[in-house]
Design a protein. Structure first.
Length: 201
């Protein structure tokens, strides 16, 4: 049985979301039909607003409102101006901010170097990072917080080779055993990284 066109289009659009298959999309579409009309309107308004009212910070590349540019973090003079935390995307900034433990600045690459996907250094937000570092001599450490996978490691190594000759301290987030995990359940790469990143007690 074919669905009426409006619901078929709704199902099709839900399947464009990551991790949403046809069955889940169909369930979401029918749930949406059962929602109060005001809630549906607010939902569609929020979607439109997210696309129209957001942009990338002109300094760090983090997501921000169009009328708040530079972003609130870049505007905050109380933050440590000597450290920049380089991350892949804005979700990583939110994750770090939720720890309430890091008080420096950020730089969002909005991507990673991935030869298999045809993404090179020129395709991510690197030029503005180089410009920031050359314009702000007070920055003395760059923390690389890319993910621990082949592309994240390649991006981290590229950044280290690019920045270290300028006399900057380039550090990488420690990775290894998660808190509460057992050694015998860890994979070999995790154990190797844990040993390499060991700290003195």
């Amino acid at each position: 049985m074919d669905y009426p066109e409006p619901i078929a289009k709704l199902i099709d659009n839900y399947t464009k979301l990551p991790g949403i298959g046809v069955k889940t999309a169909t369930r979401l579409a029918f749930y949406t039909l059962g929602m109060d009309e005001t809630d549906v309107f607010d939902f569609s308004k929020a979607l439109t607003s997210a696309k129209q009212d957001l942009t990338f910070c002109e300094i760090c590349g983090n997501i921000t409102e169009k009328n708040v540019n530079p972003c609130m973090i870049c505007q905050d003079d109380s933050r440590d101006q000597s450290t920049i935390f380089v991350v892949e995307n804005s979700r990583d900034v939110m994750a770090m901010e939720n720890t309430r433990d890091y008080h420096g600045l950020y730089h969002v690459l909005n991507g990673i170097i991935s030869p298999s996907a045809g993404t090179g250094p020129e395709d991510i937000n690197l030029p503005s990072l180089i410009r920031r570092l050359s314009e702000h001599q007070e920055i003395n450490e760059v923390i690389v917080g890319t993910n621990v996978n082949a592309e994240g490691e390649a991006t981290a190594m590229y950044l280290a080779r690019l920045l270290k000759p300028a006399g900057l301290k380039v550090t990488r987030l420690a990775h290894g055993l998660a808190v509460g995990s057992d050694i015998d359940y860890a994979d070999q790469l995790t154990l190797i990284k844990a040993v390499q990143g060991r700290t003195e007690l």
